[in-house]
Design a protein around this ligand. Structure first.
Ligand SMILES: [Ca+2]
Ligand SMILES: [Ca+2]
Ligand SMILES: [Ca+2]
Length: 196
């Protein structure tokens, strides 16, 4: 099992699974290639941020000492260092197929959120849909017009995972057994985290 195939902790309220997905689910699931490409690039930029921060001596590659210094999981190092040369190149840290998997997972999360809150299936969260726990969706309302379009959520996630908004939280040292052993992106307001 590859290390940390992203687990996003959405604390916007539970994503109900008992509700039937809206009919609009089918076309949404077919991501436009351009949208997927953009999200992959955003994930690559975010990975680069994490990678560069790990690269303490700024020599452009990660040593095991740099890895351990941040208390990241030793078993993850073994898994990622495919050619076992004792260094982690960026392409080993964030391979293209892994970035694609992350991007696809983000679209799944967006669709789950919309399936949960977009009660009338019109691809936007409006009015009564923003009441109660639905108010948490306002974090995606980039133009602050109290209408949350799916495209806004996609834009928000691109900014978030590329590191343009939010902060990187590192595991505590010394690493607690069984505790988080990976960096994590924390959204402004602290309501949403995204494991790297
Ligand atoms: Ca280095
Ligand atoms: Ca709606
Ligand atoms: Ca809006």
């Amino acid at each position: 099992m590859r290390w940390n195939l992203l687990a996003a902790a959405l604390v916007l309220g539970g994503c109900g699974t008992s509700r039937a997905l809206p009919i609009a689910k089918a076309p949404q699931a077919l991501q436009a290639q351009g949208a997927l490409t953009h999200m992959i690039e955003a994930c690559r930029q975010g990975s680069r941020l994490v990678y560069d921060e790990l690269d303490a001596d700024e020599d452009g590659t990660l040593s095991r000492a740099e890895w351990d210094k941040r208390c990241l999981a030793p078993e993850a190092w073994v898994e990622l260092d495919g050619n076992q040369d004792g260094e982690l190149a960026f392409d080993e840290f964030a391979p293209p197929d892994w970035l694609r998997g992350k991007a696809n997972r983000i679209f799944e999360l967006i669709d789950l959120e919309f399936a949960h809150y977009d009660l009338d299936g019109d691809h936007k969260i409006t009015g009564p849909e923003l009441a109660g726990e639905g108010a948490a969706m306002l974090m995606f309302d980039l133009n602050a017009d109290h209408v949350v379009w799916r495209a806004e959520a996609v834009d928000w996630w691109e900014q978030f995972v590329s590191g343009k908004i939010g902060t990187i939280v590192w595991p505590a040292c010394p690493a607690r057994k069984g505790g988080p052993a990976r960096p994590r992106f924390l959204a402004p307001g602290g309501h949403l985290t995204f494991d790297w």
